[in-house]
Design a protein around this ligand. Structure first.
Ligand SMILES: [Zn+2]
Length: 429
């Protein structure tokens, strides 16, 4: 992509070049680049050139190391060695089990790359919007042109003159001045009305108005297009910023790391609803992931089976997390003690009402349209994961202090919502 042409590149590693010619007489002017590592080999054939490798040694590639690489990092020789079960191999395996390559420089480079991509696309967006606006401007010029044809009727030069002159005589207008002023204003009004009275010009005006009407329609269309584009721009930015915020939160020190949807809010929420999670290590020890759409797929049968396979699922403590296409993350903590619906973005919770079942598994061969129902339809997840709905406040208690206007739209900011990601966890005792 051309956006990266001016990007600061990572400094290339400077490789030490050793200038030694290959001893093989048929490899004239070839520079030695490799060392043969085989323990038992002719000492005269340990240093090899490119041609040596292509020719006689091409079967032994895993015991030939690149000199420049070893000079750069002596431990790299290990990856070419063929030692079996000795310290060299253990050392090699050990060193390779750690990856330090995503270091501060690499992070900075990665972020810079993202920044450049953002800027590139923003520039492109700007160009396109300006282009669209210029087309809109063209229509405006047409309207201005039409306005000019009526200029004589709306000319205010004489009116302004009369008013100004009278104004200068403030408090001491003579009768003559008053007459002059009245005549000026009267002439102005007559001038406007002439537009309607000039019978001869009526036909001409009519056609002109028709042209205006045509333009009006044109203009309105262009204007609504532009407004729509502006809205789209705002929505798009909102989404990008939300995603960046999510990422930011993900990289902060989360306790509940098994979930890819959760933010620090979930750490706090879990610690509040279950005392076990006041201890950090319990987030690893007492939470078991049983379903994650990212890896298991958005599959109703799979969701159903994973829950059923827990055995007496309705005595289990479960945690559900949903992400909608409208970028909202909410979920349900289902427990025989007390269940809660929570909204991660809005950081608000709704405790279950007395005597209400927190979860119903609807999915079966007979009733396949609905997958899960929480409370009394407080959240209904469809088997297609599309067109889901929420009747919050039915089985879970609304809190007046939240001042929620539309409870049905509260969770997803939509009447009907689509689930794009979903996670289920089992909370162990
Ligand atoms: Zn050679």
């Amino acid at each position: 992509m051309e956006a990266f042409e001016h990007m600061p590149r990572q400094k290339p590693i400077e490789r030490k070049q050793i200038m030694i010619l290959c001893e093989d007489l048929s490899h004239k002017n070839e520079i030695v680049q490799y060392i043969l590592l085989k323990p038992k080999a002719d000492v005269r054939s340990r240093l090899l050139c490119r041609k040596c490798i292509e020719g006689k040694f091409n079967q032994q590639t895993n015991e030939i190391c690149l000199i420049s690489e070893v000079l750069d990092d002596p431990y790299k020789v290990l990856k070419y060695s063929n030692y079996q079960g000795n310290v060299n191999q253990i050392l090699n395996d050990f060193l390779h089990s750690y990856d330090f390559s995503f270091d501060v420089d690499a992070i900075r480079y990665k972020i810079e790359e993202i920044r450049q991509r953002f800027l590139y696309h923003l520039d492109e967006l700007e160009k396109k919007l300006i282009e669209k606006y210029e087309q809109y401007q063209g229509t405006k010029a047409q309207v201005d042109n039409l306005k000019a044809k009526f200029e004589s009727y709306f000319d205010i030069t004489k009116l302004e003159e009369s008013l100004t002159q009278a104004g200068m005589q403030f408090g001491k207008l003579t009768t003559k001045d008053k007459q002059k002023l009245r005549k000026g204003v009267n002439d102005y009004v007559a001038q406007i009305h002439r537009l309607n009275q000039d019978q001869a010009d009526q036909e001409v005006y009519k056609t002109q108005f028709n042209v205006i009407d045509q333009n009006k329609r044109n203009l309105a269309e262009k204007e609504s297009q532009l407004r729509l584009q502006k809205e789209k721009l705002d929505q798009g930015c909102e989404k990008i910023i939300k995603e960046l915020q999510n990422m930011e939160q993900t990289y902060s020190t989360l306790n509940f790391r098994q979930s890819e949807l959760s933010t620090t809010y979930m750490d706090e929420f879990m610690a509040r609803v279950n005392h076990n999670f006041k201890q950090r290590n319990n987030f690893m020890d007492k939470i078991k992931r049983i379903y994650q759409s990212k890896y298991d797929g958005l599959n109703p049968l799979k969701v159903h089976e994973k829950i059923i396979s827990l055995g007496q699922w309705n005595t289990q403590t479960l945690l559900f997390l949903f992400q909608t296409s409208s970028q909202q993350v909410f979920g349900v903590y289902v427990s025989s003690n007390s269940s809660e619906i929570f909204h991660q973005n809005k950081k608000q919770e709704f405790v279950i009402k007395r005597g209400v079942d927190p979860l119903t598994l609807n999915y079966s061969n007979n009733q396949a349209d609905v997958l899960l129902t929480f409370g009394k339809g407080d959240i209904i997840i469809k088997s297609s994961f599309n067109g889901c709905l929420s009747d919050l406040g039915e089985g879970f208690q609304d809190k007046p202090e939240y001042n929620i206007g539309n409870l049905k739209r509260y969770l997803a900011n939509q009447d009907y919502f689509d689930i794009v990601e979903m996670e289920i966890f089992q909370i162990l005792k």
